[in-house]
Design a protein around this ligand. Structure first.
Ligand code: D6G
Length: 466
C-alpha cells in the first residue's frame, strides 16, 4: 500500500535526510532491539544502523521483484556453491547513495561510520576466486539492471578463521550467524523437498509409456533465506537466495519421553549437517559423500524454485529457455542438468528429446580449472546409491550423445572412450566437466586466455566437434 503513495525513485517513505536517518537508527535501537543509549553494545549500534539501511533497501527490493513479475523479462539464475559476499553495510550505503546522510547522522549520535562498518561480521561463504566471482557478478548484474537471482547454500559455518600458534596454522570455526544477520529474511513459504537414496521403479502406464518412480527415498527440506543485492546508483535490488536444510521428521517425542534424548534429535542433526559447513578446499577434488549431498541439495531446491516461478505465468515448456538462463559456477552445480531432465520428463511428462533441447538451451557453464586434481568425477557407485534416478539419466544422456559422436566420427573408438561422460575401468566415475559441457549451449573460462587453453586441452574434442 505504501508503495502507491511513495514513488520508488524518490525513496521518500523512509527519507534520506540526516534527521530522518538518525531517527531510523534510534527507532531500531529502541523498538527492534529494546536497548537504550546506555546499554547498547557495539553490535547493537551496528545493527541499528544496518537495519536503517536495510529498510531503505527493502523498498527498492519489493518494487524490483514486483516489476519482474509484471514485465516478465528473461531471468538469469547463477548457481554457485560459494558466495564470498563479505560485509554488506559499506557497500549498501555506497550503492544507495547514502554515504553523506549516514556519516552525518552517525556523527550526531557520536559514532563514526568507519568504526561501525568494522563491527560487521564477514559473510565468508567461499574460499577465494570462485566465491568472490559469484559475489561480484551479483553486484554487476544488479548494477546493470539485469533480472538475476543468485542461488547458494546458507552454511552455518563459513570459511574457517586462521590463527598461527607456535608457527603452525590452527583453524577455528567461523560461526558467522551467532549474532543476528540484519540483511537476510527467512522465507518459510519457500520450502522444497529434496530426496536422497531409495530405488527407481519403472512401470508402463496405460498410455503405453514407461514412467520412472523414485521410491523409498529419504526426504530433506530446503528452506529459503533471501538477501537483497543492491545495484550501484539504481533502483534495482536483486535477490541472493540461500538454502538451509531442515529435517522433515518432527522431533521424536516418543524417544524423548522414554529418556532416549540422543535418538530423539539424531535424525534432525544428520539432516541439518548438509548445510552445516563450507568445504574449505577448492584446489583438490576430495569426493566426500556429504559434499555430493550439498551439491544436489543446492541444485534440487534451486531448480524446483526456478520451475515454480516459470510455471507461475507460463504454460508452454518450449518457452522455458526464453524465460530462464541458468549459469553453473564450475561443475559443483552440474547435477542441475539431470535434475531439470528428471523434473521435465518424470514430473512434467515431457518427451526426452524435447526436455533435452530445453536443458541445453537453458544452461551455461563456467569452467574454473584445468588441473586434473581439481576436476570433479563422482564414483558411479556413490551416485547410484544417493541419486539413483540421476545416474540413470546421466547414462541416457551419455548414450544419446555418444551416438552423435559416433555418427560424426564413425569407427573412432578411442574418441568415444575419451569423450564418454562415464569412465571405463574397475571403478567407474562420472566426469562432471564433460556432463556440464554436453548439457550446456555455452562454455567459458574465467579469462580469455583460460577459455582458449580450455579449447586446446581439457575440452579439445568437444571444441572440434561443436
Ligand atoms: C525477495 C523480495 C520479496 C519478494 C520475493 C519474491 O524475497 O519482496 O516477494 O523476493 O520471491 P519469489 O516469489 O520470486 O521467489
Amino acid at each position: 500500500m505504501s508503495m502507491k503513495q511513495c514513488p520508488p525513485w524518490q525513496l521518500s517513505c523512509k527519507g534520506n535526510d540526516v534527521d530522518t536517518f538518525r531517527l531510523s537508527i534510534l527507532n531500531n535501537l529502541e523498538y527492534r532491539l529494546a536497548k537504550g543509549e546506555f546499554f547498547a553494545t557495539d553490535y547493537d549500534k551496528f545493527l541499528s544502523v544496518a537495519y536503517a539501511v536495510a529498510e531503505r533497501l527493502t523498498e527498492r527490493w519489493i518494487l524490483t521483484q514486483q516489476t519482474y513479475y509484471q514485465s516478465r523479462p528473461k531471468r538469469v539464475y547463477y548457481l554457485s556453491m560459494e558466495f564470498l559476499m563479505g560485509r554488506a553495510l559499506g557497500n549498501s550505503v555506497l550503492n544507495l547513495g547514502l554515504e553523506e546522510t549516514a556519516r552525518g547522522a552517525l556523527l550526531e549520535l557520536g559514532m563514526k561510520m568507519e568504526e561501525i562498518r568494522e563491527i560487521e561480521v564477514d559473510a565468508g561463504l567461499g574460499n577465494g576466486g570462485l566465491g568472490r566471482l559469484a559475489a561480484c557478478f551479483m553486484d554487476s548484474l544488479a548494477t546493470l539492471g539485469i533480472p538475476a537471482h543468485g542461488y547458494g547454500i546458507r552454511y552455518d559455518y563459513g570459511l574457517f578463521h586462521q590463527k598461527i600458534v607456535d608457527g603452525r596454522q590452527v583453524e577455528t570455526p567461523d560461526n558467522w550467524l551467532a549474532l543476528p544477520n540484519p540483511w537476510e529474511v527467512a522465507r518459510a513459504e519457500h520450502v522444497f523437498k529434496v530426496h536422497f537414496g531409495g530405488y527407481i521403479e519403472h512401470r508402463t502406464e496405460r498410455d503405453g509409456k514407461e514412467h520412472a518412480y523414485w521410491q523409498n527415498a529419504e526426504e530433506v527440506l530446503a528452506m529459503a533465506y533471501d538477501t537483497p543485492i543492491p545495484g550501484y546508483d539504481t533502483v534495482t535490488v536483486n535477490t541472493l537466495r540461500l538454502w538451509t536444510a531442515h529435517s522433515s521428521h518432527e522431533f521424536n517425542l516418543e524417544y524423548f519421553n522414554n529418556g532416549d534424548y540422543m535418538r530423539a534429535s539424531q535424525e534432525q542433526l544428520m539432516t541439518e549437517n548438509i548445510t552445516k559447513v563450507l568445504y574449505p578446499n577448492d584446489q583438490f577434488f576430495v569426493g566426500r559423500e556429504l559434499r555430493l549431498k550439498q551439491e544436489y541439495f543446492l541444485v534440487s531446491a534451486s531448480i524446483q524454485d526456478i520451475v515454480r516461478r516459470f510455471k507461475y505465468d507460463h504454460k508452454d515448456w518450449s518457452k522455458f529457455p526464453d524465460a530462464v538462463a541458468v549459469q553453473l559456477n564450475d561443475t559443483h552445480p552440474s547435477l542441475a542438468i539431470p535434475e531439470l531432465m528428471r523434473l521435465l520428463v518424470d514430473e512434467e511428462g515431457l518427451a526426452w528429446d524435447k526436455a533435452w533441447n530445453i536443458c541445453v538451451a537453458t544452461f551455461g557453464y563456467t569452467n574454473h580449472t584445468l588441473l586434473p586434481e581439481a576436476l570433479e568425477d563422482w564414483p558411479v557407485s556413490m551416485l547410484e546409491a544417493l541419486l539413483p534416478r540421476h545416474m540413470e539419466i546421466i547414462y541416457l544422456i551419455n548414450h544419446y550423445y555418444l551416438q552423435d559422436v559416433s555418427r560424426r566420427y564413425p569407427g573412432d573408438i578411442d574418441r568415444l572412450r575419451r569423450m564418454s561422460l562415464v569412465t571405463e575401468g574397475d571403478t567407474k566415475h562420472v566426469r562432471m566437466a564433460y556432463l556440464a559441457v554436453v548439457g550446456s549451449h555455452s562454455v567459458n573460462g574465467v579469462a580469455q586466455l583460460h577459455s582458449r587453453i580450455m579449447t586446446e586441452t581439457l575440452f579439445r574434442d568437444f571444441y572440434e566437434m561443436w
